[in-house]
Design a protein around this ligand. Structure first.
Ligand code: GRF
Length: 230
């Protein structure tokens, strides 16, 4: 099986990179990470890449054009087919985004198009939403915009602060990003008219409510399970 060759751009901690590396460690997973590029040195994500034996590069983001030219050279050298942004905290050069159109994806910790930009978890708490989540999408020149591939819904809870909500969303990100990458690597994802079609995609059947409904009790034949346990 030939695996999709993936380059990952990071700026920091790299926990999503770690989740992707863990997925790729399975020989049956249809993608492999062949390049990690960071715009900052001495970040945890680079250590992860190095200990996984993956070619890693530090490219400073002095200018958008300069970063793009050097990143492009590395990605070309490593024969990268798809770029994953994983906590890459700079706005990319427009020509670079165009070059990688429909071949570059990002993960953002909100249910886009709600709460793009910085501090989406803080924005969600300020808006008082009962659900937020995370989104994997194809990258377009506008920040945190582009056809949506996959989303995970995460409830807000009483007493949440930015840190607790961010941690809950992050754990969903670590499931969602490998899933989205798998779908692309399997050739099941197509973009058309600004939307994504996924072959063989199954959506969940039920709505999730927040606040939860009280458990249903029934003495008659029929449903008696707590719907929240589904
Ligand atoms: C994640 O929340 C991601 O959604 C956002 O930046 C954060 C990066 O975290 N784009 P990490 O570096 O992957 O741990």
């Amino acid at each position: 099986m030939s695996r999709l060759r993936v380059g990952v751009l990071i700026s920091g901690r790299g926990s999503n990179l770690h989740a992707l590396l863990a997925a790729c460690a399975d020989d049956t997973y249809p993608a492999e990470i062949v390049s990690v590029i960071s715009n900052r040195s001495e970040v945890l994500g680079l250590e992860l890449a190095q200990s996984a034996g993956i070619c890693s590069s530090v490219i400073s983001h002095d200018t958008r054009e300069g970063f793009a030219a050097r990143a492009e050279a590395v990605l070309h050298e490593q024969r990268v087919q798809l770029v994953c942004l994983a906590g890459f905290m700079r706005v990319l050069d427009g020509a670079f985004v165009d070059t990688w159109r429909d071949r570059m994806i990002n993960i953002h910790p909100s249910l886009l198009p709600a709460f793009p930009g910085l501090h989406p978890q803080r924005q969600a708490l300020a808006a008082g939403v009962r659900f937020t989540g995370c989104t994997v999408h194809f990258v377009r020149p506008e920040v945190d915009a582009g056809p949506i591939i996959a989303q995970a819904v995460v409830p807000t809870r009483p007493g949440d602060d930015e840190a607790s909500l961010s941690a809950r969303i992050l754990s969903a990100e670590h499931r969602l990003y490998p899933l989205a990458l798998r779908l692309i690597a399997e050739g099941r994802v197509q973009v058309g008219a600004g939307k994504v079609q996924i072959d063989g995609w199954q959506a969940p059947k039920l709505a999730m409510l927040n606040p939860r409904e009280p458990p249903r009790r029934s003495r008659t034949i029929g449903w008696s399970r707590d719907p929240n346990s589904l």
